[in-house]
Structures are given as structure tokens and as C-alpha cells.
Design a protein around this ligand. Structure first.
Ligand code: MN
Length: 253
């Protein structure tokens, strides 16, 4: 006897046209909680995709199975990345790390890159993408950067673009935002140090911090150091970043 589907899939014109975007959950292991900020979920929905929340999983095959049923991947912001993943010992300025969260996202990013699944990394997510592809990070920019740093942990409202970035003219980011410079918010103390092989710098701030990386070998693999999901209400062009992810995901269906 075949199982009956209780809730038939909602289809448009006979075809399921919406892209499913996998969104990794954060982990607060001390509190026994997985979590995700609603702004990421809303932005995926507003861009026309269906968010699929993925928690840390024990079995790597389960993660692969879930990602195979997704059309794109969004790696959100969060805590620091354990420097063991780029071959360094922890420096004093390193913040909280979550081993299971790192493991989930590094695996997810590598699976996405291997199968050319469109992937967008935001803040920590951009750093995860870079490390997954073989790049390195500043564990703490203020103590590691030579010379004076801008304020990258802003005290202004979370959505407000406090520092500017210069966008590389021939980058995917320039095509998405249709801008050569932009104001972005800044809620980070880690950053990409060495971009991974096959990735290029698409934007940086005036102190030399890399604010966007993108792959030259994938349909769409991009990491932004700022938080577009917090900016979209005041800077509508930032929604184009999510639209690009969802459009690429739809094209790959
Ligand atoms: Mn910044």
C-alpha cells in the first residue's frame, strides 16, 4: 500500500518553481539550543525562495541528503571559527567557538562547492566559505592588523551602513549592486586574511579588510562580510544579493 501524501505540494502552473535554500542553524551548546535569526528566513522568502533550516547532524550522509534536496545554501552570521580549521593555534583575541557548528558549516560549504550549489555566506558565513575552500582568516583584526583599523564592530544601529567599501568593477558583486562603492554595516572582528584558491576579492574597506570574496569557478559562491539581511529595510539594493542567490538556485533546479 502506497502512503498518501497528506499535504499535496503547492504548485504554480503544474511546476514547483520555487527554489529551496538550505539555511544552517547556529549552535549555543552551553544552552542546548540551535537557533537562526528571523531576518535570514524573511530575506530568503522575500527573494522568492523557500528556507530549509538545517541543524548540526551526527551523520554526514544525512547532511548530504538534505543538501541534495536543496537548490542553494545560505551560511549566516555567528560566532568565531576555530582556527584549527586553517592550521593556527588560538590567539588571545579569539572569541567563542562552537565545534559542532563549525563542522556542520564547513561540511555544508564543501559539499555545496563540490556540486556547484549556489552559496551565499554572510559575515561568519563568508569566513566559513573561505576556510572551507582553503583560505585563512584573521582571528582578531584589531590585534593582528598592522596600522590602524576602522571600527568593524559598530556601535551605531545594527542596520546602519557605518563604513564604506570599494567594489571591484568586474566582480559579480558590482553587477548585483550596480555600485562602485557602498556603505555597509559592520559586526565582525574576524575577516578573510588569505582568499581561498579560486576566490577573488570583490570588495574591501579603506583599511584593507576584505569585505567580499567570490569564486571564479562556480555559478555563484560569494561571501559578504557585512549583514545585508539587517540593511534591506533601509538599503533596498541589498535585497539583490538574496535575489541573486535565489535566481541562481532556480536556474539549477
Ligand atoms: Mn567591516
Amino acid at each position: 500500500m502506497t502512503a498518501q501524501r497528506r499535504f499535496p505540494l503547492v504548485k504554480r502552473g503544474g511546476e514547483l518553481v520555487k527554489a529551496v535554500i538550505a539555511l544552517t542553524c547556529g549552535h549555543a551548546s552551553d544552552e542546548g539550543r540551535y537557533y537562526v535569526a528571523e531576518s535570514y528566513v524573511r530575506c530568503i522568502e522575500l527573494a522568492g525562495g523557500i528556507p530549509l533550516l538545517i541543524p548540526p547532524l551526527e551523520d554526514e550522509c544525512d547532511l548530504q541528503h538534505l543538501l541534495e534536496s536543496a537548490d542553494g545554501l545560505l551560511l549566516p552570521g555567528g560566532v568565531d571559527i576555530d582556527p584549527i580549521h586553517f592550521g593556527e593555534e588560538p590567539l588571545d583575541g579569539l572569541g567563542r567557538v562552537e565545534p559542532h557548528w563549525d563542522r556542520l558549516e564547513l561540511r555544508a560549504a564543501r559539499l555545496a562547492l563540490a556540486s556547484d550549489l549556489p552559496v551565499l555566506g554572510i559575515c561568519r558565513g563568508a569566513q566559513v566559505l573561505n576556510v572551507a575552500a582553503g583560505g585563512s582568516l584573521y582571528q582578531d583584526i584589531a590585534s593582528q592588523m598592522k596600522g590602524q583599523c576602522l571600527q568593524h564592530r559598530q556601535k551605531a544601529p545594527r542596520w546602519y551602513g557605518t563604513h564604506s567599501i570599494k567594489i571591484e568593477p568586474n566582480s559579480v558583486l558590482a553587477e548585483i549592486l550596480e555600485m562602485q562603492t557602498a556603505r555597509v554595516n559592520s559586526h565582525h572582528h574576524q575577516a578573510v586574511k588569505t582568499p581561498a584558491p579560486g576566490f577573488k576579492v570583490a570588495a574591501s574597506s579603506s583599511d584593507g579588510i576584505i569585505e567580499c570574496i567570490e569564486s571564479e569557478n562556480h555559478r555563484f559562491a560569494c561571501g559578504v562580510q557585512w549583514h545585508p539581511e539587517l540593511m534591506v529595510g533601509h538599503y533596498p539594493e541589498q535585497m539583490e544579493i538574496f535575489r541573486r542567490l535565489v535566481r541562481c538556485a532556480e536556474e539549477g533546479k
